[in-house]
Design a protein around this ligand. Structure first.
Ligand SMILES: [Zn+2]
Ligand SMILES: [Zn+2]
Length: 330
């Protein structure tokens, strides 16, 4: 038997269940969870803010674990029993639609997502499609690597979609921003970190990771930004970030859910400024980012919680109680 934490009705605590350990089917891996990161998307799932989330699903899509058993099929051959595997948000795709065929599988309308459609890593074991699992660099502990699987990946994709900014603003300095800040600094970019007005801990973390400026999101940065990535699920930050951009700059909205975006004057968008979202990840993003993480290396600021304290971890994330990322350890 294994433990799994399943979603109850919105606003209620996760429910601890005892379930039989599942058996891997064709193309699947059974993974013993060593660490599972707590992502803001998990909050949206447990709060009932994602209509697509399956009722009673087990959240968690930043999973690092050890392959305990494999099904048959060629995709499983990469993952011998005992090897380490990462399970990201993208759980599977149809492989046939126009998005899948032209390298945009992140946009597949049939895609299924870990910890949303498919049971995720708030458990002792998880089943995953071997073709969508990612290698995890040996140089990271399981807990240190877990935030790479979504916070790191979505940060990586967001940075690529931000263009080639010399000056990059990050709105909301949590798990994703603290990783993307390191990527951006390593690429020679100036990083400006915007936090809640009184979040001194996040501002301090941002400076320690190489940000040249860190302060309240209500303040204007000392220089115009070439791009800004909005990680906080706060719609009013989008037109605010837009006013901080130089001509031709881009605001990237990186979250899966956000409060409504207020209207703003067209002149703020004028001069080829862009607002765009970033959705999910492709397997190519995953392979590229994990190779980068193996080279750099990236420091992840991790706060570990035992599996049973997932609600405390989610509550801490909700109110900004810690800087960096929360990780569950079974
Ligand atoms: Zn597809
Ligand atoms: Zn996530």
């Amino acid at each position: 038997m294994m433990r799994a934490l399943a979603c109850g009705p919105p606003g209620t605590p996760l429910q601890l269940e005892r379930r039989p350990v599942p058996q891997p089917g064709d193309g699947q891996l059974l993974i013993r969870v060593a660490a599972c990161g707590v992502c803001r998307t998990d909050l949206h799932v447990v709060d009932g803010e994602l209509p697509r989330a399956r009722p009673g699903v087990v959240p968690g899509h930043e999973i690092v674990g050890e392959v305990a058993a494999t099904g048959s099929g060629p995709a499983c051959e990469r993952w011998p029993v005992g090897s380490r595997a990462g399970v990201p948000w993208l759980g599977d795709t149809c492989g046939r639609c126009r998005y899948c065929r032209d390298g945009r599988e992140n946009l597949c309308e049939q895609a299924r997502f870990t910890g949303c459609d498919l049971d995720g890593g708030y458990a002792d074991y998880v089943l995953a499609d071997a073709a969508y699992c990612l290698p995890v660099p040996d140089s990271y502990s399981a807990a240190a690597a877990a935030p790479l699987l979504c916070a790191g990946l979505i940060g990586y994709r967001s940075l690529r979609l931000a263009g080639d900014p010399a000056r990059l603003g990050l709105y909301g300095f949590g798990a994703a921003a603290h990783i993307v800040a390191q990527l951006a600094v390593a690429e020679g970019r100036e990083v400006y970190a915007f936090t809640r007005p009184d979040d001194v801990a996040a501002q301090r973390l941002a400076r320690s990771l190489g940000a040249c400026w860190a302060d309240s999101s209500e303040l204007a940065p000392p220089e115009e930004l070439d791009a800004a990535i909005v990680f906080a699920p706060v719609g009013p930050l989008v037109p605010l970030a837009l006013t901080r951009l130089a001509r031709g700059g881009t605001v990237v909205c990186a979250g899966i859910h956000m409060s409504d975006i207020p209207s703003f004057p067209y002149r703020d968008l004028w001069n080829e400024r862009v607002i765009r979202s970033v959705a999910n990840l492709t397997r190519r993003d995953g392979e590229e980012f994990m190779a980068l993480a193996a080279r750099l290396p990236i420091h992840t600021e991790v706060h570990e919680f035992p599996l049973e304290q997932a609600d405390e971890a989610l509550g801490g994330l909700r109110c900004g109680a810690f800087a960096g990322a929360a990780v569950l350890r079974p």
